[in-house]
Design a protein around this ligand. Structure first.
Ligand code: NAD
Length: 329
């Protein structure tokens, strides 16, 4: 069976080639993103394997189905970028990787917290320039601080366990409380209360119609002045221009982003020779108390191997008429 992997980077090729060594699947790698313009590349491929910034709207799905595609195998947990109603109507099955390494994402969120707090990005540049001064690098002890976890599923729980290890007090917001967090001593509460009490807030909920711009001008006003916000969930969980206003006023003291609402046109590409056209991102990058990574929280060897293994298993089981991890179909 022919499988086309869109948006496949060299690390995807390595992990998928390794995982497919014993299988009969015929894997083809396409570095380009799936869009309406690139969808014809999938003509004749029964399976299209897509990542988070590939476009899977109604028009793209129609073109894929017309070209003979019958399965969309997502290499991600999130599926907010897929028009599921259209997929259903066209008889296109959609499968995903519900869990690969919650630790990878949770640990990256913690890396952002530590780097922002202890200003590692500034210290790194300073010592490389021979400047060994410490002014402006004062941090705070994480021990005893209050950390709000928004979305306490697999990643939120892994994050909470790490922060509990630092001696932090945990607050949580999720429509479905997780007993594991309660056992760690987390207090579940309404989001506005969490925002008022927490010194650090980390977002780990999916992007849905209910969570789009969950963090906006109004909710940012509820924060303790100087609070830290970490978003490794999805870019549109936050209203980015409102973040800029909150950073300018000092209401937001630290910001760590691994995701950005307009990332699809930018992330995973080397654009260092080109003028940055996105003025919102350009402004964010000027703040000394902001660290942005380009959707790399998932990027560990363990996660890549698990994504490849589950995706291939999803395809093989679907082909055998025994599908698993179905989102639609
Ligand atoms: P999960 O399904 O295990 O947990 C999600 C949790 O969010 C659930 O407990 C759910 O009840 C909760 N939730 C749903 N709606 C909510 C709302 N309105 N408010 C608060 N909580 C809500 O998912 P997970 O594996 O923990 O992943 C969480 C998210 O992380 C994914 O949806 C994805 O967007 C993001 N993610 C990012 C990366 C990355 O590389 N940056 C990688 C993987 C996943």
């Amino acid at each position: 069976m022919r499988v086309l992997l869109f948006s496949s980077q060299h690390y995807d090729q390595e992990s998928f080639t390794r995982a497919a060594s014993d299988s009969t699947l015929d894997l083809h790698y396409q570095p380009t993103r799936l869009t309406l313009d690139t969808a014809p590349l999938a003509h004749g491929y029964e399976v299209v394997c897509a990542f988070i910034n590939d476009e899977l709207d109604a028009q793209v799905l129609q073109r894929l189905a017309a070209g003979g595609t019958r399965l969309i195998a997502l290499r991600s947990a999130g599926y907010n970028h897929v028009d599921l109603a259209t997929a259903q109507r066209l008889g296109l099955a959609v499968v995903r990787v519900p869990a690969y390494s919650p630790h990878a994402v949770a640990e990256h969120a913690v890396a952002l917290i530590l780097a922002l707090n202890r200003r590692l990005h500034r210290a790194y540049n300073r010592t490389r320039e021979g400047d060994f001064t410490l002014h402006g690098l004062t941090g705070f002890d994480l021990h005893g601080k209050t950390v709000g976890v928004v979305g306490t599923g697999q990643i939120g729980a892994a994050f909470a366990r790490i922060m509990a290890g630092f001696g932090c007090q945990l607050l949580a917001y999720d429509p479905y409380p997780n007993p594991e967090l309660q056992a760690l001593g987390a207090r579940y509460m309404a989001l506005p209360d969490l925002l008022r009490e927490a010194r650090i807030i980390s977002l780990h909920c999916p992007l849905t119609e209910h969570t789009r711009h969950l963090i906006n001008a109004q909710s940012l006003n509820q924060l303790q002045p100087g609070a830290m916000l970490i978003n490794t969930g999805r870019g549109a969980l936050v209203d980015t221009p409102a973040l800029i206003d909150a950073l300018k006023s000092g209401q937001l003291g630290y910001l760590g982003l691994d995701v950005y609402e307009e990332e699809a046109q930018l992330f995973f590409e080397d654009r260092s020779d080109l003028p940055l056209q996105d003025d919102v991102l350009a402004r964010l990058l000027t703040f000394p108390n902001v660290i942005i990574t380009a959707h790399q929280a998932f990027l560990t060897r363990e996660a890549l191997d698990a994504i490849a293994a589950t995706t291939l298993d999803n395809i093989i089981r679907w082909a055998a008429g025994n599908p698993q991890n179905l989102v639609s179909g």
